[in-house]
Ligand binder design. Structure first.
Ligand SMILES: Cc1ncc(COP(=O)(O)O)c(C=O)c1O
Length: 491
């Protein structure tokens, strides 16, 4: 007799914004902004981001940071609007109050650290080196709209397409394909927004971040594109492919620490010593604003969305999307999904503040979601705007990765597939008959983890079975076994 072990498989079974955004960004008061500039900077050269947008959308207006004037006319349309809507403010149409300047180029305008909401600008003064502050801060819709304009030229506008997954034919499902970015994840949005908002001095010195993957790749790629030095500290056990890609994008890569927390400690120390800006990948306000631009694109691409299901790691993605969606289309539900291996957002909701939990990094297929403590700023927003959170099992994450390969011909990492996993697991029955969008947030999956996803997905559906059987050690013994297996329809 000998022992026969095998595995059998059964395979049967450019740049237009929605009208609402235009409306909402058309009201800031330049004079108020100028006053605030003068308080913070001692001078003002402010043109608010909405104005930039309007300028680019309305080329018949002469560009000027201080006023807009129709060619050949004395008073700008904006000035007239302001006169009508803000009677108590000084006489804006009196252009003699405002110095004339040569129109800046779009490039110059994007370079300058302006166009933040006044509250955010104030908040930034109080941030610690890690991008954190004692008082959590919620970005505004204006910050997201400004970020959308700012990053639009360097970021892929990812498709959002209707799809059909067999088990989910009782709802209208759309996938927002965020894995289609150059570096394979949505993290580029926040990274580019942050880099474009650095001061000239910061741009010269560069930035530093601790990340095992997508945030590092995004910063490295956009740092190279914008000529800003980027240092990424990656844990010693990070995947070699991601490390090599970061180096390929010109980033300085340091391998430090056994895990992300240790890598972060090292990065923060280096930031202090070398005067680099530390970019927190899920909590810096500029990151949140950048991630929120996904929400704006979704509303532009899909009408009357009932719900968006968003994976949650440190919380930056869901916070940004929630600000955008709840400002423009509040009836759309924002639903968060966490892996059972790291439900830190649920823990924060229960405690009323971010708390550190035990995360099981080695056991998860969704490493992007494995953040043991959500960000303070992200939580401040998400706690008010997120309608529901669910915790999904690793088995369903594996099944979701598999389904996306089979039905979408898409390679999506576990974190990016967890929104679909929640639906497949039946955690959101109330979405039957609804129009639902799932951001497929990233496609950077290690081949070995992909193998685990496929194996786990197949086996949890009974499509892959590992068994051990005793076979008689005589001629024809194994053939008999093979025949028996095939006779029950296994392929
Ligand atoms: C693919 C993917 N999806 C989702 C997330 C979660 O984003 P956040 O940490 O902002 O919540 C991450 C974070 O790295 C990610 O890489």
């Amino acid at each position: 007799m000998f022992r026969y072990s095998t595995v059998i498989t059964n395979t049967s079974p450019e740049n237009s914004f929605p009208e609402e955004i235009e409306k909402s960004i058309s009201t800031p008061n330049i004079l108020q902004q100028k006053e605030k500039d003068e308080r913070f900077y001692g001078f003002s050269d402010t043109v608010s981001e909405p104005d930039r947008f309007r300028e680019s959308a309305e080329p018949e207006f002469v560009k000027s940071p201080f006023k807009l004037r129709r060619k050949g006319s004395k008073t700008s349309r904006r000035a007239k609007n302001m006169e009508a809507s803000d009677p108590p403010t000084p006489n804006v149409s009196d252009t003699s109050l405002v110095p004339e300047r040569a129109a800046p180029t779009v490039g110059e305008m994007l370079e300058r650290p302006v166009a933040l909401s006044a509250r955010l600008r104030e908040h930034l003064q109080n941030l610690s080196i890690t991008g954190e502050s004692d008082h959590p801060f919620a970005i505004s819709f204006e910050d997201v709209a400004a970020a959308a304009f700012r990053i639009r030229k360097g970021i892929v506008k990812t498709p959002c397409e209707k799809t059909s997954i067999p088990e989910l034919d009782d709802m209208e499902l759309h996938f927002k394909k965020e894995f289609a970015h150059v570096t394979g994840s949505f993290k580029e949005r926040g990274a580019r927004n942050t880099l474009l908002l650095l001061t000239e001095e910061q741009k010269e010195k560069g930035v530093i971040a601790a990340s095992a993957g997508n945030h590092a790749l995004a910063l490295a790629y956009h740092g190279q594109a914008l000529n800003i030095p980027v240092t990424v500290v990656m844990p010693e056990n990070c995947t070699i492919v991601k490390e090599m890609k970061c180096r390929g994008y010109g980033a300085k890569v340091l391998n430090k620490g056994h895990n992300l927390a240790e890598a972060k400690d090292f990065a923060v120390k280096l930031a202090r010593e070398d005067g680099l800006m530390y970019v927190n990948g899920y909590d810096h306000p500029h990151i949140l604003a950048g991630q929120g631009t996904i929400g704006l694109e979704i509303l532009e691409q899909v009408d009357d969305v009932d719900a968006i299901i968003v994976p949650v790691g440190g919380g930056g993605l869901i916070a940004g999307i929630a600000v955008a969606i709840k400002s423009l289309y509040p009836r759309c539900q924002i639903i968060g999904v966490e892996s059972e291996m790291c439900p830190s957002f649920k823990a924060a909701l229960d405690a009323g503040r971010p708390v550190k939990i035990d995360a099981h990094h080695a056991l998860t297929l969704a490493d992007g979601l494995c953040v043991p403590k959500v960000g303070k700023n992200a939580f401040e927003i998400a706690k008010n705007y997120v309608d529901k959170t669910v915790i999904v099992s690793e088995n369903y994450i594996g099944i979701a990765v598999l389904r996306l390969m089979e039905y979408e011909r898409a390679i999506v990492e576990g974190a990016g597939a967890s929104g679909l996993a929640a639906l497949l697991a039946g955690l959101l029955p109330e979405l039957k008959g609804k129009r639902v969008v799932i951001p497929l947030c990233g496609g950077n999956i290690d081949p070995t983890v992909l193998g685990r996803c496929i194996e786990r997905g197949l086996s949890s559906e009974g499509r892959l079975i590992r068994f051990i059987v005793n076979v008689q050690d005589r001629p024809g013994g194994i053939a008999e076994l093979a025949q028996l297996i095939s006779s029950i329809g296994v392929r």
